[in-house]
Each structure stands twice: as C-alpha cells, then as structure tokens.
Ligand binder design. Structure first.
Ligand SMILES: [Zn+2]
Ligand SMILES: [Zn+2]
Length: 175
C-alpha cells in the first residue's frame, strides 16, 4: 500500500478497512504524509486522529469518495409546505412526504442525507409499480429533478386513499 493508492479509496468499506490497517501501526510511514495532505486540504489532522478519520480527512471532499450512496433512515416530523398539514414521524418507515397531499421537499441527494441545496417542492406526478411497493414519482418544482418515494400504506398514519386516488386520476388525465 502506498499514498497514491490510499488517496484513491472510494468506498466507505475500503476507508474503514485501510483505516484499521493504519491503526494497527502497519502504515506508520504513511501517517505523516496523510496528515500533511489533510492539512493541505484545510483539515486539522492531529496525530491522535484514528486511521479511518485521518483517511477521510485526506480524501478530497469534492471527490467521489465522499458521495454516499446508501439511504439514511431519517424520520422527522414536519409541517407540509404545500398544504400546511402537521406531519408526524412515520415510525416503521421514515415519513418523507405528506400523507394528506403527498408532496415532499427536495432536501436530499440520497434519501435522508439532507445534502441537497435545492429545497424545492417535490410535486407528485404519477404512481409507478415497483417490485416491493407502489412508488410515487416526483418532480421538483424548482430544479426539475425526478425522484421516487414509496407509497406509505403500511404505517400508523398511512398516505390518504383520497390523495392517492386524486393522483391516479390526475396522471390519467395528463396521459
Ligand atoms: Zn401536504
Ligand atoms: Zn430541486
């Protein structure tokens, strides 16, 4: 293993594995180089930093190593910006859209990461079947991005049947 290869690590699993390798003392010679590299990126990298964090700090944040691809189960109560409904948490599943009007917000790049800068209203366009659940297809009113969230019909406060029927009818009339 050398510095160039460490700096090309992409997956979180690899960063974890090679971080542990650094912690075992195997990569002592590389620690200094990684610390210098982290500092050059403007990250404080004390010698006490564990291997995984040191590696993460050394990888360019703009690079793909920092892109998360697995969803985060974040479940938060919110007030719907479309209809004003006070939406409770989902419980069994993260509540990511309003049960009354089905609208959502473009706040995530990957579900739950809250990394999107857009903040636009996600407008439900149509329903689409998927292997495990019916999906709501959204389009962001601000940036046009399309996204799919599963219909929440198996939790405490399920999506309202009326809203789902309205969506079906609206989608059918659009064509
Ligand atoms: Zn709503
Ligand atoms: Zn958007």
């Amino acid at each position: 293993m050398d510095l160039a290869h460490l700096l090309q690590l992409r997956s979180r699993g690899e960063v974890k594995r090679w971080g542990a390798w650094l912690d075992q003392g195997a990569g002592q010679a590389l620690r200094g180089e990684l610390e210098a590299r982290a500092r050059s990126l403007g990250v404080d990298a004390p010698a006490t930093l564990d291997g995984k964090r040191l590696l993460r700090a050394s990888l360019d944040r703009a690079g793909p190593a920092q892109v998360r691809s697995n969803p985060i189960a974040r479940d938060e109560a919110f007030t719907c910006l479309n209809c004003g409904h006070d939406v409770p948490v989902g419980g069994r599943r993260p509540r990511d859209h309003c049960p009354a009007c089905l609208h959502s917000l473009h706040v995530d790049d990957v579900p739950g990461d809250r990394a999107a800068n857009c903040g636009g209203l996600l407008v439900p366009m149509r329903l689409e079947p998927a292997p495990k659940a019916m999906m709501i297809v959204y389009r962001c009113a601000s940036c046009g991005m399309e996204r799919r969230n599963r219909v929440l019909d198996d939790i405490e406060r399920p999506d309202e049947g009326k809203a789902l029927r309205n969506l079906l009818e609206r989608a059918a009339s659009i064509g």
